[in-house]
Design a protein around this ligand. Structure first.
Ligand SMILES: [Zn+2]
Length: 255
């Protein structure tokens, strides 16, 4: 057993036996791990083991069995995210994606920092749909998926009205559209934006704003990418999809 202090983000918890819980924490220094909390409802740890809680944890890490939370400090809550059903459901999807993308018990401080950044910006009130798209695009490589949205797969020219080819896992310029009879016929502006999402430091996207039609096209395209290349079906994503059908009504009432 090894006692460590590390920043950590609660991914989820689930009931275990009578009143115990298993809590999955994405830690900065030791990756994602499952922790055992005994008598959770009466435990002083109870408030901090809810999803989306961030804290500096003191942890007893056991590589061959259950790990334990000894203590915590500097709790950080994402209050604005948790207070809004839409923001919360997108944040939950991002957590589930991070959980699916990497193995347990393997440190990934870069992904941890990226996840924290995206959640911080969501908490600040930035567009949660765009932030989610950026996260989806940038986390593809953790799933072992490498796609070229930047230059034509054949002539390597940039800045053209590209189309996407699943066959070549990248974009084709108008001169090379004919290399793939089954090219996607996706709006070139979608691919321009996805290329920016893939390349850019997330802070530079603070000013970005997109029309609902463009967001819908990006959503549809990324769904096809995830279907073909990643092939996971997360409950939290299905929930977002169901929100979309009645979400517009809710949003217009709020305005
Ligand atoms: Zn070309």
């Amino acid at each position: 057993m090894d006692v460590r202090e590390t920043k950590g983000l609660i991914l989820f918890n689930r009931d275990f036996r009578e009143d115990d819980k298993l809590v999955k924490i994405f830690t900065e220094s030791s990756g994602k791990r499952m922790f055992f909390v005994k008598h959770a409802s009466k435990s002083p740890l109870n408030p901090v083991i809810q999803p989306l809680m961030m804290a500096d944890f003191i942890l007893r890490i056991n590589d061959n069995g259950l790990s334990y939370i000894i203590d915590y400090k500097k709790v950080r809550r994402y209050d604005k995210i948790t207070a809004d059903l839409f923001r919360l459901s997108y944040a939950s999807y991002i957590l589930a994606l991070a959980d699916a993308a990497i193995e347990d018990n393997v440190a990934d401080a870069n992904l941890f920092a990226f996840l924290q950044k995206v959640l911080d910006l969501m908490e600040e009130g930035l567009d949660y749909e765009i932030l989610t798209n950026i996260f989806e695009v940038q986390i593809l490589e953790r799933f072992g998926v490498s796609l070229n949205f930047h230059n034509c797969c054949f002539c390597h020219r940039t800045g053209l009205p590209f189309d996407f080819s699943h066959r070549f896992s990248g974009v084709l310029c108008p001169e090379h559209y004919d290399k793939d009879d089954y090219r996607s016929h996706v709006d070139p502006n979608v691919l321009y934006l996805i290329d920016r999402f893939q390349q850019v430091a997330i802070d530079d996207l603070k000013t970005i704003s997109l029309k609902p039609e463009m967001k819908a096209k990006i959503r549809q395209f990324l769904d096809s990418i995830y279907e073909d290349y990643v092939g996971i079906h997360l409950k939290s994503k299905k929930f977002i999809d169901s929100l979309a059908s009645w979400g517009d009504i809710m949003k217009s009432e709020k305005d």
